[in-house]
Design a protein around this ligand. Structure first.
Ligand code: G1P
Length: 279
């Protein structure tokens, strides 16, 4: 059992098909879609590293080998561009490979996010860990969202979900929470519902793709019945922890782009491009 205050492992569920981006995602993992020159998953890995994590646990599926190849050395390519101006374009990913360990397991059947996280248990064991859904790209001028959440974990030692206030008509796209505000932007969760219709939603505070989970979540997930869409939902498992007062929701500082949708993906591309141009 990891009793340290720091977290070392970040889990990336990355088995989904990415059907909204077909045909681009027919043979390429959606996590490898680039925003400018970097694939989405690399942004997530960099955010986890900034938060002090050095073990990246990735739950993949069929057709996802490009993710493993990306976080590996490419001898031929590196040899080819050695000494040219292109070499520096690989510094970022090379730094990641030098600093982090990557481990992989495959989710054989798509049975939901809760099931994907449970599949990752073998890579994590008995320690608290972070979860990043790479298609939620989060940026912040100062600390990244996971860094902010790790600090909160050091204070509360329980599961934490990142939330943002959304347009109430969009609750059916998210896990939605309600809770008691204990500090500005920090709630102790009392209710959480997966993708409620606007009329059933307990609030407009939506969970986005950043979690810190305590390892008892695995036993809970094993007992969690299929919920919304017939899938095993992490939201339902977290509700069991919330009943014990053990889930915090955190309105993070920064901006999230829903890169699982064309609109969010294009917006992220345009805004990051503008930022890069203005530097
Ligand atoms: C998942 C979760 C949902 C959460 C969302 C954040 O849904 O099930 O609770 O709000 O991620 O992106 P998905 O987007 O995978 O359907």
């Amino acid at each position: 059992m990891n009793t340290k205050n720091t977290l070392s492992v970040c889990l990336f569920p990355a088995a989904g098909y990415g059907t909204r981006f077909l045909p681009a995602t027919k043979a390429m993992p959606k996590e490898m879609l680039p925003i400018l020159t970097k694939p989405l998953i690399q942004y997530g890995v960099e955010e986890a590293m900034e938060a002090g994590m050095n073990t990246m646990a990735i739950v993949t599926g069929r057709g996802k080998r490009a993710i493993e190849d990306h976080f590996d050395i490419s001898y031929e390519l590196e040899q080819q561009i050695k000494g040219t101006s292109k070499e520096k374009m690989l510094y970022g990913v090379r730094h990641i490979i030098d600093q982090c360990t990557f481990s992989y397991t495959r989710q054989i059947e798509m049975k939901g996010l809760g099931h994907a996280i449970l599949t990752g248990e073998t890579l994590i064991g008995e320690q608290p860990f972070a979860v990043v859904l790479a298609d939620d790209l989060c940026v912040n001028e100062s600390e990244g969202v996971l860094t902010q959440m790790v600090k909160l974990y050091q204070q509360y030692h329980c599961s934490i979900v990142a939330i943002e206030a959304i347009d109430p008509s969009k609750t059916h796209q998210y896990g939605v929470i309600a809770g008691e505000m204990i500090e500005e932007g920090i709630y102790r969760v009392t209710t959480m519902v997966e993708k409620p219709s606007p009329s059933d939603a307990p609030s407009n505070l939506a969970i986005i793709g950043r979690y810190i989970l305590t390892p008892d979540i695995f036993d809970i997930l094993r007992e969690t019945s299929p919920g919304k869409g017939g899938e095993i939902q992490i939201t339902d498992a977290l509700m069991e922890q919330a009943k014990q007062g053990k889930v915090i929701a955190y309105q993070f500082k920064g901006k999230r782009y829903d890169c699982g949708s064309i609109d969010g993906y294009v917006q992220a591309t345009m805004e990051l491009y503008q930022q890069e141009k203005s530097q």
